[in-house]
Each structure stands twice: as structure tokens, then as C-alpha cells.
Design a protein around this ligand. Structure first.
Ligand code: SDX
Length: 430
């Protein structure tokens, strides 16, 4: 009888030991891999509330303590001292880079920012008002039609070039989608600019006049991308892992992750928060909307509130809220009614028993849109910004999954509640 095991007693009296495994930190897990073979029974956990899908060295979250660490480094420290490119290296390789490694990585990303010219022609096929997330997932999926010659997942060099291409080309694709929406010409990337400067340049420069990059905006975006870079086994990352587990082309797996992120329950919430704030319109309406959010018969939810894991403040929301103040002040933006409304909404909700009892706090999406809007980024592009940050987490998890020697295709089972076996009835007798 091993010490660290759960003993399962089945109705027929037989017993089964289920080993307990411990990680570096965080809850232990019960290894149920042998359960079905031994007892002919499945576990059942819709939405995977209590289920660990894999082992991972990348990111740790403690929902009760409001802790988020990338490769052991608290996100607050990375937000204060690091850069998105350095965090991207950390997430991919597991260690902070030396100065030479960082310089080489940064340069590698800069020289992969251009798209194959053939991919640009795809944008001509979209309606001018196509949602940029639809374009992002479509164009990233098309990368599997351009880079199949360097996609042997068992080749570490191919895994590297895949990660570099995703990190480097997503901003170019995102900016191209925005330019289609605003009817302006596509702006090519510039290798003399860093990651966020280049993104701002591709988004807002026009051929007709010089574009001056605002360092406040570049710094704010860099911090937002650090905070969005990874979040363990969230819906979109689990989608990337599941799609990749079949051996599918990793560009297609990332495109699947983008699609999953788009949902308003996930990364689409930042766009939904701004739409919600505009619908609320005024602090006098806050009480009405908080009551709607509490009404079981009303599908309305307070977007940007609540989280599957955080039952305390989302540490990212706290940093973003503080950053929103600074950005609005530095940009000399006095027209901050939406920020004022968001803060008042937060105060009202956090004092309400419903939100207190259900541990519903602002999450990463509640304030991020305030900053994107202050930077001139339209609401439809908010989830695209989330995807740019999360692209490094997706690639890190794909690499970890594909390199796992014990890896296997992800294939959950079910509780079948459909009809019992029955015979076919000819249409003349129905
Ligand atoms: C992200 O997983 C990640 O890590 C995601 C993410 C990442 O970085 O990848 O952190 C990014 O997706 C953040 C979440 C963004 N989504 C939203 O802001 C949408 C609004 N929030 C929710 O819909 C909800 O809170 C979820 C989806 C975030 C979490 O849902 P769960 O964990 O499945 O919890 P639940 O839906 O079962 O809610 C528990 C209770 C329910 O009430 P009861 O049925 O128990 O009576 O809380 C209520 C819910 O009705 N509830 C809300 C609410 N969120 C939960 N009620 C009102 N407003 C809300 N926002």
C-alpha cells in the first residue's frame, strides 16, 4: 500500500489504489490513467473544473492567493523589470536569456516579421468590415500552406523556426487586418524597430506622412503583452495542445487557439467589456446592470468579472488598472468617462454579496480595453491584441506537448445519455 495514494472502493467491494503525484508547488493530482482499465469506469468533469490535463513546467497560477509565475518568476517582477521579447524567450526556453542570447533572439524575431507576398493577397478576399479575429485565424491557418517544408515536429530546428515565425508574423498579420478595416494601405514591418514600436508603426503609419511612435504607447503595449503571454491550461492553450496532439501542422493548431480565444467567455471578453461599459453608459445605470448580472433568468454577465481559477484578484488586473491611470495621465487623456465608470462598477460589484460569495473579481480583461482604446486601438482589435501576447504561450505549450516522450493524442470519453440500441424503421412505417 503506497503512502501517497487514494484508495477507491467500488460498489462490488473491489479496491483500487490511485497514485497521488506532487508538483513543485500547487495542488497534488490523483493519477487516474489506469482507472477505466481496472474498473471500467470514467471520471466525469465537464469543463475540466477539477482535472489536470498534463504536466507542465511553464506557468503556475494559484487562484486563491492570486499568484501567477512564468517559469517560476512572479509576473509582477517580470512586468516591472523585463520586456515582452525577453519574456517570450523565457517562456520558450525556460530560462532568462543572457545579453547575447536576448540580442540574438530579438534580431531573429525582427528578421521574420515580413509575410510571404502571396499571403497578402488573401486579405483582398475579405469584406472591408471582416472581424480582425476572423482574418487573424484564417491567415495564421494559411501559414501551414506556406511553411510545410520546415515542419517536421521532431526536428528541434523546425520547432524553433515555427515559434519565431508565429511570434514575428502575428503583429504584421494583425496590422494588415486593421488596415483592411480602415481602408488604408498595408504598412510593411521595419527591422529597426522593436516589437511594440513596429506594431504601432504598422497599425498607424500612412504613406502620406511620417509617423512618430509614442514611447508611452510602446511601453504600455509591451507591458500588456507580458501580462497576456501565458496562463497555463486555459481554453485556447488547451485547444492548441489538443489540436497539436494529433500531429497536426502547428500553424493550424495556433489558428485553432485563436478561434477559441475569440469567445466572449475567454479572450473575447476585453471587447465585450468595452461594449458593456458603453451600454451601461452612466454610473446611474450601474445598479441596474449589477442586478441583471445577478439575475439567473437574465443571460447578462458582468464581462471582465469572474475567473475559473482566480477566486481572488487576478494579479494582472491589478497591474493593468494601475497602468491605466499612468497611460491616461501620460497621454494627457482627460476624456476618461469609461475608465471612471469601470472603476465605479468595480467598487459597486465588489461590495455586493453576490460577487463576494461567488468570488467574482475583475480579471485581466476588465481594464485592458481602457488602455487599448486610449492608444487609439479600436474595440474590434482588442482580442487580436490578446492573441499577440498569448501567441508566445501557445507556442511554448505546443513545444512542450510535442517534445513529451510520453505524449499521446488527446481523446476524452463521455457519459452517454442518448437512446439505447434500437432497430431501423422503414420510412413507410414512421
Ligand atoms: C480569460 O482560463 C483562463 O486562464 C482565462 C484567461 C487567460 O488568461 O487565458 O484568464 C483569460 O478568459 C478571463 C475571463 C474572461 N471572461 C469574462 O470576463 C466573461 C465573464 N466571466 C464569466 O463568464 C465567468 O466568470 C468565466 C467564464 C470567466 C468563468 O466561468 P466558470 O469558472 O465556468 O464559472 P461559472 O460560469 O460556473 O460561474 C460560477 C458562478 C455562476 O453562478 P451559479 O451558477 O454558481 O449560481 O458565478 C456566476 C455564474 O453565474 N458568474 C457570474 C459571472 N461569472 C460567473 N455572474 C455574473 N457575472 C459574471 N461575470
Amino acid at each position: 500500500m503506497t503512502e501517497d495514494a487514494y484508495r477507491l472502493k467500488s460498489p462490488d467491494g473491489s479496491e483500487l489504489e490511485l497514485p497521488v503525484r506532487s508538483g513543485t508547488v500547487g495542488p497534488d493530482v490523483i493519477d487516474i490513467a489506469g482507472l477505466y482499465k481496472a474498473q471500467g469506469i470514467f471520471t466525469y468533469d465537464p469543463g475540466f473544473v477539477s482535472t489536470g490535463s498534463c504536466e507542465s513546467d511553464i506557468t503556475f497560477i494559484d487562484g486563491e492567493q492570486g499568484i501567477l509565475m512564468y517559469r517560476g518568476y512572479p509576473v509582477e517582477q517580470l512586468a516591472k523589470h523585463s520586456s515582452f521579447i525577453e519574456v517570450s524567450y523565457l517562456l520558450q526556453h525556460g530560462e532568462l536569456p543572457t545579453a547575447d542570447e536576448l540580442s540574438e533572439f530579438d534580431n531573429t524575431i525582427r528578421v521574420h516579421t515580413m509575410l510571404n507576398e502571396g499571403m497578402l493577397s488573401f486579405f483582398k478576399g475579405f469584406r472591408y468590415d471582416a472581424h480582425p479575429m476572423a482574418m487573424l485565424s484564417a491567415i495564421v491557418g494559411s501559414m501551414s500552406a506556406y511553411y510545410h517544408d520546415e515542419m517536421n515536429a521532431s526536428n528541434p530546428a523546425h520547432r524553433d523556426i515555427f515559434a519565431h515565425r508565429i511570434l514575428a508574423k502575428l503583429p504584421t498579420i494583425a496590422a494588415a487586418a486593421y488596415k483592411l478595416n480602415v481602408g488604408q494601405p498595408f504598412i510593411y514591418p521595419r527591422n529597426d524597430l522593436n516589437y511594440t514600436e513596429n506594431l504601432l508603426h504598422m497599425l498607424f503609419a500612412v504613406p502620406a506622412e511620417p509617423y512618430e511612435i509614442d514611447p508611452v504607447a510602446a511601453e504600455a503595449l509591451d507591458l500588456l503583452f507580458i501580462l497576456h503571454a501565458d496562463h497555463e491550461q486555459n481554453c485556447s492553450t488547451s485547444t492548441v495542445r489538443m489540436a497539436g496532439s494529433s500531429g497536426a501542422n502547428p500553424y493550424s493548431a495556433i489558428a485553432a487557439g485563436i478561434a477559441a480565444l475569440w469567445g466572449p467567455a475567454h479572450g473575447g471578453a476585453n471587447e465585450a467589456v468595452l461594449n458593456m461599459l458603453e451600454e451601461i453608459g452612466d454610473v446611474s445605470q450601474i445598479g441596474k446592470y449589477v442586478e441583471k448580472a445577478k439575475d439567473k433568468n437574465d443571460p447578462f454577465r458582468l464581462m471582465g468579472f469572474g475567473h475559473r481559477v482566480y477566486k481572488n484578484f487576478d494579479p494582472r488586473a491589478t497591474i493593468i488598472r494601475e497602468m491605466a491611470y499612468k497611460v491616461l495621465e501620460k497621454l494627457d487623456r482627460k476624456d476618461t468617462p469609461l475608465f471612471d465608470l469601470a472603476q465605479e462598477l468595480e467598487q459597486v460589484a465588489l461590495k455586493d454579496d453576490y460577487f463576494i460569495e461567488k468570488n467574482l473579481y475583475p480579471n485581466v480583461d476588465f481594464y485592458s480595453g481602457i488602455i487599448y482604446r486610449a492608444l487609439g486601438i479600436p474595440t474590434s482589435m482588442f482580442t487580436v491584441m490578446f492573441a499577440l501576447g498569448r501567441s508566445v504561450g501557445w507556442t511554448a505549450h505546443w513545444r512542450e506537448m510535442i517534445a513529451d516522450p510520453k505524449g499521446k493524442i488527446a481523446r476524452p470519453r463521455q457519459l452517454y445519455t442518448g437512446p439505447a440500441a434500437r432497430d431501423y424503421v422503414d420510412v413507410s412505417k414512421r
